[in-house]
Write a protein of this length. Sequence first.
Lengths: 269, 260
Amino acid sequence: MRRDRRRLTFDTTLGRAMLQVAAVVAFFALWETGVRMGWISAFLVGSPAGIFSFGYKMILSGDLLSDTWYTLFEAILGFIIGTIFGSLLGLALWYSVFVARLVEPFIVAINSVPKIALAPIVVLWFGTGLVSKVALSVSLTAIVALIAAYQAAKDADVDLQSLLISMGADKHQVFFKAVVPSTLPSIIATFRINVGFGLVGAVVGEFISSQRGLGHLIYTASSLYDLNTVWVGLFTLMIMGFVLYYVIDIIERTSLPWKQSNTTHQVQV
Amino acid sequence: MQANPVQLSVRNVRKSFHGKAGEIRVLDDLSFGINERDFVSIIGPSGCGKTTIFNIIAGLIEPDSGSMHYRGEEIESLRGRVGYMMQKDLLFPWRTVLGNVLLGLETRGLDRVEAEGKAREYLTGFGLSGFENAYPKTLSGGMRQRVALIRTLIMDPDILLLDEPFSALDYQTRLYLEGVLKDAVETYNKTVILVTHDIDEAVALSKRVVVLSGRPARVKTVHDIDIRAPSPIAARSDGRFSGYFHSLCAELDIQTEKTA
């Protein structure tokens, strides 16, 4: 009897995976059929068969892998430098209310500039190589980390700080024992946004001017109307973002054991 | 009635805060003394500035005027020498039970091994061995407040400042923790100032009860509680308990009518 009940539901890990794979296969099958039947233009949207054969060739030649590594390296380097730099700066503002109030409008002003608009000058300043892409990623991620860290430091529980002070703690001890740990969840929460911004910075930097990377691949292919190659680049970026998302997820779950609840409880409506 | 010398005296302390409605005088010429090994409860209308008194003693805020003397010497505050415990347990959520107990000793820069040994000893003494590595969110309210009490006691503070420490707990847990507190205070020979709105708790635990007037706070009366019971629960069945209870109630009632 129990087996019968199980067969009725797809709401298991395997069942869900099957449905997800089926949806992807159906999507590509529909696309390919559309192209073959002449409903949609292969010139403007490419075709799955073309994408797979181009992608296969690019994997074999090693070009795709080297472009992927290059972009991934830029994005992660930018993400790490930007997040560390921004978080440290945001935390440091906790030390002086005067300085914090002084620079607050400047932070807001810098934040309100679409950082992507900086791309042309960043390339002018840092050249067409790796540094300009990393710099662009840093400019995107640092400000997010800075604001999150500063806000979290301001919001750190005053009572916990008072308790430490009553115990005779000095400002450094209050900072390291109460403020910094209480900002960690907010800082780690920015990883998820910032790893995406890191990729944006790397790819846009490559659009402007570059010799390598997935952004370079997409940009040059699209100017040649080589849609299949553009899709290879886009799907590779998608897979990269997907993997990074789960890496961040693991970091989030393992870095703050005190945040974890024992039960994952969701109300069933 | 007791020959114990004065340990802490608070003299003519004034404190005002600036609010939207102008200056609010919270403490106006407040003076009182705490004896060695005293257990003093402070009761009074809510918002009369009891927490402000604690914050001044603990050195978290500065009084506008007035002075404090500790064992005859004038002091700025007792910062670093008090054990401050509040209604919220204020356990650091990212620290384990052991880590929370170690907080004060770490602040003092005590040797890690020595501090840990001491912490484990205290935890065992308070029936919390086995929970060293648990995070606060996995503990019950009573256990959390017990950890907070250990964290306070392990510092060996000169005076314990307890700001309604049990008011967020259910009655049974509160009775139990009152007993734990009373035992601990006797074992470690501590002086305690307890702020509470619970007259019943004040009478059951204290040697003296200070009644404050409404804002600005002044000492209205001081009652000596002459019950020598082995436990707070036993104190409640003492013949004089209800007498104290009712006279304190009456005192507070008059005050609330005046301020209302």
